[in-house]
Design a protein around this ligand. Sequence first.
Ligand code: NAD
Length: 517
Amino acid sequence: MSKIAEEFGIKQALKDLGLNEINNGTSTGTDWFSNGEILESYSPVDGALIGKVKATTKEDYEKVITTAEKGFKEWRTWTAPQRGEVVRQFNDELRRLKEPLGKLVSYEMGKSYQEGLGEVQEMIDICDFAVGLSRQLYGLTMHSERPGHRMYEQYHPLGVVGIISAFNFPVAVWAWNTALAWVCGDACIWKGSEKTPLTSVACQNIAERVFKENDVPAGVSCLISGDYKVGQMMTTDDRVPLISATGSIRMGKIVAQAVAARLGKTLLELGGNNAIIVTPDANIKNTVIGAVFGAVGTCGQRCTSTRRLIVHEDIYDKVKDAIVNAYKQIRIGNPLDENNHVGPLIDKDAVKNYQAALDKVVEEGGKILVEGGVLEGEGYESGCYVKPAIAEAENHFEIVQHETFAPVLYIMKYSGDVSDALKLQNGVKQGLSSAIMTNNLREAERFLSAEGSDCGIANVNIGTSGAEIGGAFGGEKETGGGRESGSDAWKVYMRRQTNTINYTTELPLAQGIKFDL
Ligand code: NAD
């Protein structure tokens, strides 16, 4: 165990979460096994080995999918409130283990401890939501055009749901999907990120314990581990009617095609390129807080991170100076230490991408306003700590058009009115999160109108980063179009059936058609 791991109680956290030095990465919810290669999990915090997870083989996967299919057949016969009760108990365990799980998220992924706890809180919130939902899986009734007939629609469990998740939200995204899918009566198979395999095992341990106590059938909560090849076992498998995949646009395009080729359903939550528009009527102090947190929080590794700041020319210099000054106060270091604002990037490949983006923006004619760079020396031995950077750039630059998953903020000017700012904001291929800072009602409403932001999330006077579980979460265009979490996102985990009942002694046909025999 490294010095930091000792000092910040990682050993105890691993113990509380039931993790060993070597863990099986395959589980049917009652049975753990794995015959694949070993995945080693190194912390980006200090470069130390945290633990090992054995990956899932094709044979392991077969056992998981057949168990999940069987488990589903029984689970769908439980009433939805009975399933909700199991989720309620699972949530009690999350509340009890919030600190160790938050700590492991921080140490394995590199986000601040506060953000790690925040991520577990999101799991808790979505479980609360799911418990209520278990009594509200409503369908509509409608009036039939035929006399003596009743029509309604109802929602049935869908089957086995495959969940593929990214490294940057190693636990919350699973819960957003699984808590809803479970109350909807589905069985879930989760492949977490190969960069954060231990948090996945920790979560599955919690579910397994609660499910066993409640005699939930094997297969309702399953875990598989490994890289994209293990993900492909599910995307190409027609026994998995829905794939919910969170990650890069590159991955989403491959997954979407694989699932579409077998006419399966996808829920895609992919990359963003999020902007804040700052108008002459903005509150500058709040703009700076929202933009800085949005750009450097989680070291710029949120799908909702602020990548672009589109500022009106009248206040451009004032906003630019205020943000550049605010960056001087950012403390970079061990994310478990609550005095630091920014932790490391996930790995050295991410560091290379960050450096390449800074080179590229200069090559394309941009101007660096806050220098980047990789930190070295004591406390930075993992080689993953970088300085958040700001560059003055133009929206059409190739590098600005792409999501760089790192703390690089591009600042640009607009003149004219809010529609000119919207042209820039909407002028990228991604469509996840967006924001406007203004105290002008007309500007705010135009931003929210049909001609306004084309993103799945559009905020007024708060930044782009983060979201509450109560709303449907997701984005348009290359972000994939999926919606998960709150509102009516549950419907994707169920199959809709329209029912018509004839309670007459005749058989009238629809559209007045006569068919006398
Ligand atoms: P990634 O695309 O490299 O990997 C994500 C997951 O997909 C991993 O589990 C990986 O093993 C799996 N995968 C990759 N290729 C696959 C394939 N061909 N078939 C099946 N599975 C495959 O992404 P990452 O680096 O882990 O995460 C960062 C990206 O995720 C960013 O682009 C970020 O914006 C995005 N993200 C989006 C959201 C959202 O809700 N929109 C949330 C979190 C992260």
